[in-house]
Ligand binder design. Structure first.
Ligand code: NDP
Length: 424
């Protein structure tokens, strides 16, 4: 079978894009059929996934095609997002980085952390010593609470204690293999409670997984040759300097840091949602991690290596991502997403996600420090306004052209343009 080139993918209709996936044999027959019939999540399945279900809420499912190069492999990246420009920006930035050699990632570890918070402990130092001394026995109790993960090669790895305020907190790091592991870690933590209360002579307030997954850190780095920022050497140099400054600004101003990080999550959430993962868990962990030095900071850094004429990007995030469990096996859209990515394991998926976040960040910083974000956004905003006003695909080009020229680009103007166009 001859594989089709991805050039011009963005210009195709959704139907043509589906054909493209079929011709490139990217999906299993079952998933291709689901996509063709636009029948992903049935009401019956939806009703099993949550309570009081009355329907399904759908979102655009897009592909960032053939440009995200991570550790030598190029991925077709599924992205679920309602925000215009996110997929285009990810595509644009990933293309630039691919030309410069792509992303390199490091998985620092892949374990989830659970905690039991004990209160009314009469002597915390003594309790801590007793718990540490009993850690092997406690790890055995945790293993017995969820033996199937131990059979899969995972399970509890390390136990430690910390005193914080009035609490003695017991932490357990667990290798959850391909799952995010919330339920398995929660089961283990609850199983530890009686013995921890016995050893500490205190009481447990709660036993649960922590979303601050500092034992699941992933770093993505890239080196972007500044010649891809502009053909004009001086302009490229100025832009690289400004992008480095934009990164520094996000380190010192939480107001900017929040927006800087939101841009990163435009890409990350889109892929986390597409793959059926828990995006609240990923968001909570990363934003807590952004405050690890006591002040909320930008999660990524960009430095300008003037000698090499390269902009060096780095992003480290906790990425407790899964390829099994949760809703992954239930939502057929998630299965299509895993097919598109060629079924990476959880570590590889985490690397892809963090790399995409760094690409998204590059696109935002480049736009902000050059043309400004509004130039591109207003075109897409005009499209949304025209759609809301009810413009048909045939009417769209003319409505868009008029809207972009209009003094006030808003819903009222879009409607007026459309009415004028329709008046014989
Ligand atoms: P599950 O409860 O679905 O557990 C993972 C499942 O995947 C297990 O049943 C396991 O089977 C199976 N599995 C199959 N293959 C593998 C493999 N190779 N490695 C690991 N597991 C495998 O999901 P999680 O425990 O991951 O919990 C995630 C869910 O919990 C999400 O829906 C999340 O939203 C929710 N949650 C999140 C919380 C939080 O973030 N604070 C708190 C509570 C819930 P087996 O048992 O046979 O090993």
């Amino acid at each position: 079978m001859t594989k089709l080139s991805w050039t011009g993918f963005s210009k195709k209709t959704p139907q043509e894009r589906k054909e493209h996936l079929k011709k490139n044999a990217l999906l299993s027959q079952e998933n291709q059929d689901l996509l063709d019939k636009d029948q992903q999540l049935t009401l019956e399945t939806a009703n099993q996934m949550a309570e009081n279900v009355i329907g399904r809420f759908t979102l655009p499912f897009a592909v960032c095609p053939d440009v995200l190069l991570v550790d030598g492999v190029t991925y077709q990246v599924p992205m679920v997002t309602e925000e215009p420009s996110v997929v285009a920006a990810a595509s644009y930035a990933s293309k630039l980085i691919k030309r410069s050699g792509g992303f390199t990632t490091t998985i620092h570890n892949r374990q989830m952390i659970g905690q039991v918070a004990l209160f009314d402990v009469p002597d915390k130092d003594d309790a801590s010593r007793k718990i540490q001394a009993a850690s092997q026995n406690l790890i055995e109790i945790a293993k017995e609470a969820h033996p199937s993960i131990v059979k899969r090669g995972g399970g509890p790895r390390k136990l430690w204690t910390e005193t914080k305020g009035d609490f003695l907190i017991v932490y357990l790091a667990v290798d959850t293999q391909e799952a995010m592991g919330a339920n398995m870690v929660n089961t283990m933590m609850e199983a530890l409670v009686p013995e921890l209360e016995n050893l500490s002579k205190g009481q447990s307030l709660m036993a649960i997984l922590s979303n601050l997954a500092t034992e699941s850190l992933v770093t993505a780095t890239c080196r972007l040759s500044t010649r891809f920022l502009s053909r004009n050497k001086e302009e490229a140099h100025d832009l690289a300097k400004k992008m480095e400054m934009a990164s520094q600004l996000a380190q010192v101003d939480p107001y900017r840091a929040a927006t800087h990080n939101k841009g990163i999550f435009n890409g990350i959430d889109a892929l986390v949602i597409a793959t059926g993962n828990d995006w609240r868990a990923v968001e909570a962990g990363s934003h807590a991690y952004a405050s690890k030095d006591g002040s909320y900071r930008g999660l990524s850094t960009w430095t300008y290596d003037q000698e090499a004429k390269e902009l060096v990007g780095e992003l480290t995030l906790p990425m407790p991502i899964a390829t099994r469990g949760g809703s992954i096996g239930l939502n057929p859209s998630a299965s299509i997403a895993h097919d598109l990515l060629n079924h990476p394991d959880a570590k590889t998926l985490a690397s892809i996600i963090v790399s995409l976040g760094l690409a998204q960040n590059l696109a935002a910083l480049k736009a902000l420090t050059s043309t400004g974000i509004q130039a591109g956004h207003m075109k897409l905003q005009a499209k949304s306004l025209a759609l809301l006003a009810g413009a048909s695909p045939e009417e769209m080009p003319q409505v868009l052209a008029e809207l972009l020229k209009a003094k006030h680009m808003n819903q009222e103007t879009a409607q007026a343009i459309l009415e004028k166009l329709r008046t014989p």
